[in-house]
Design a protein. Sequence first.
Length: 250
Amino acid sequence: MQELRSAAEVAEVTSDLMVRWAAQALEPGYPHERGAAWRSRNAVVVFAPRLNRADRVVHAGDEEDVVALLREVLPGLTGQKVRLLAAAPLASQVSERLGHEVLATFGWLHLDAAAPQRATPDVEWLTGADVPAIDALLREANPGSYLFPDDPGAVRWAGIRDTDGTPISIAGDSWPAPGLRYVSGVATHPAHRGRGLSTQVCTFLTRELAPLGAVTLMADADNEPALKVYRGLGFRYSPICASRERACPG
C-alpha cells in the first residue's frame, strides 16, 4: 500500500473525477481536518472529512483491489461515520463484499462538451450583502441543499435578481479541487419557476468555471427537470452509490 500525499499524486494514478474531487482534502487550505489517500495495485481510496456535509471515502479501481485496500484502511477510520462513494456498479459490488448497506443511488455529472455560449445578461456574481437573501431562498426553495452560504466549501454564488434586487435564482461555485470545480446549491424561488431562470444561472456558472477545470455536480436520479437542464448544458450523467457499514443491532 502506498500513501498519496497530495491531489497531484492522486491525479497521477487515477482519472476518476470523483476521486480527484475528494483529493482536495489533501491540500493546504482545506477547511476541515486533513484527509488521507492510498493506492494499492489498481485501487485508489481517498478519505475526505466533512466534504459536502459528510465524511467520505471515495474509491475507484478493480473490485478485488478496492476491497483489499478498503479492508486495510477502513479499520483506521473507526469512530468516523464514513460514507463510501463510488461509481454504481463498483459501489454495489464492494458493498456486498464488505457487508455494507447501500444508502442511495444518484448521479455524478461532469461537463462533457464545450461550455455553452448563450447570452446570460441577467445573471451576475452575487456579493456578501446578498448572503441573507441567498440563505432565505435556499431554505424556502431547496431546504435539502447540501450547500448554504455558511458552508466552508462555498466559494461564490451566481444569481438573477428580481426587480427589487432580491436574488430569485441562484447556484454556487463550491468545494473546488485542483483542476476541478463543483456546482451546488441550485435554487429558484417557487413563484418564479417555469421561466428558465435556473438554466440561465447554470449556463453562466458553467461558462465561468469551465476555463478553471472540469465542471462537476451531483443530482438525484429522479430529478428529471434538473437533469434536463444539465444535459442541455453538456453534462454527462453517471450513476453513483453511497454506502456505509451496517449499524450494529440494538
